[in-house]
Design a protein. Structure first.
Length: 332
């Protein structure tokens, strides 16, 4: 009899604990949405995206994070920190709530409250101390698989449009058939799954409307002869993902088009600097550069891991093998 009562009590208590965690997750999700769309602040949990994430996924990520760092990373702490972040006047940013929660657990005894803790951590990111952020127009030159994945990321992280804004996509030809096909391919990817959003076609104005963001579809074969200012685009960043232009001379053609300020190649190129954020972005004066490369997929995959190993232990030499799809000949 006592065992059955104990089991019933245990069941009820454990269920109540989990329900309270779900409530905290709902609270956190609410703060995530408000921060994203009202203040252009994206919260992540140890680099895992939290926008458009379910309650159970939020709890699973917290459980995984606690196991990884060896500390009780709690959804209650995350929810409290997120609420307090919303009450602060911060500049648009991406904030790792997991890292913050980890630091809060280690340092909470030295602060009176989460508010004091956050004000100390973000003292250099207050809007009163920051320069106003101007949105940057982005043009995708090419809309193959890399271009479509880039479009997904740009749209999903757009917030209220204070940072990068996808304004145009350039293809060889634009008609109803090609627009319908590209819209369908954007919505469905065999690896990344279905796009979590809406894609509509405006054939009359040659636009895709992606999550409410109107993106001009421009037909062109010469990257130097496009007047982007006709579409209200200026000071734009061109992401060249065609694979057709791979050196500084060829990529410089983009800068001759009206409305273009900088060019990024989504592959390794000749005569231009390769930049991997977090590895060498501080070694180069990006503000003075007009053309640069985001490096290869292999470089981006191995560099962060290799840097951590080299900083911690030192690496004298190594060998890397890449298993790569035949993306250069996957014609539609």
């Amino acid at each position: 009899m006592s065992n059955s009562v104990l089991t019933q009590e245990t069941y009820s208590n454990e269920l109540e604990v989990y329900v309270n965690q779900e409530r905290a997750a709902v609270d956190l999700i609410h703060s995530i949405g408000k921060l994203m769309f009202e203040k252009s602040i994206e919260l992540v949990l140890f680099r895992n995206h939290l926008v458009d994430t379910s309650i159970t996924e939020i709890l699973r990520l917290h459980k995984y994070s606690a196991e990884m760092v060896g500390k009780p990373i709690s959804v209650f702490d995350s929810a409290e920190l997120a609420r307090e972040i919303f009450n602060m006047d911060l500049a648009p940013a991406k904030i790792d709530i997991g890292k913050l929660a980890d630091e809060w657990l280690s340092e909470r005894e030295t602060y009176k409250s989460t508010k004091d803790f956050l004000e100390d951590k973000f003292q250099n990111f207050l809007t009163t101390e920051s320069k106003p952020m101007e949105p940057r127009d982005v043009i995708l030159y090419g809309f193959g698989r890399i271009g479509r994945l880039a479009a997904r990321e740009l749209i999903s992280q757009a917030g209220k449009g204070q940072q990068l804004r996808l304004r145009a996509i350039v293809m060889r030809s634009v008609d109803e058939l090609s627009m319908s096909k590209r819209a369908s391919l954007l919505e469905n990817d065999s690896v990344h799954g279905r796009f979590k959003g809406t894609v509509d076609t405006d054939f009359d104005n040659s636009c895709l409307i992606i999550n409410g963001q109107r993106v001009n579809m421009i037909a062109a074969s010469d990257p130097s002869a496009i007047d982007y200012t006709k579409y209200g685009i200026s000071n734009a960043l061109v992401l060249d993902n065609t694979g057709a232009f791979r050196d500084k001379e060829a990529l410089s053609l983009h800068l001759k088009s009206k409305g273009v300020a900088k060019v990024i190649l989504t592959a390794p190129g000749k005569g231009i600097p390769n930049i991997v954020y977090g590895i060498n972005h501080r070694n180069l004066d990006i503000e003075k550069m007009n053309i640069f490369s985001a490096a290869s997929c292999t470089t981006n995959a191995i560099s962060p891991i290799l840097k951590v190993m080299d900083d911690a232990f030192g690496v004298k030499s190594g060998h890397i093998e890449t298993v790569h799809a035949y993306t250069n000949d996957q014609n539609l």
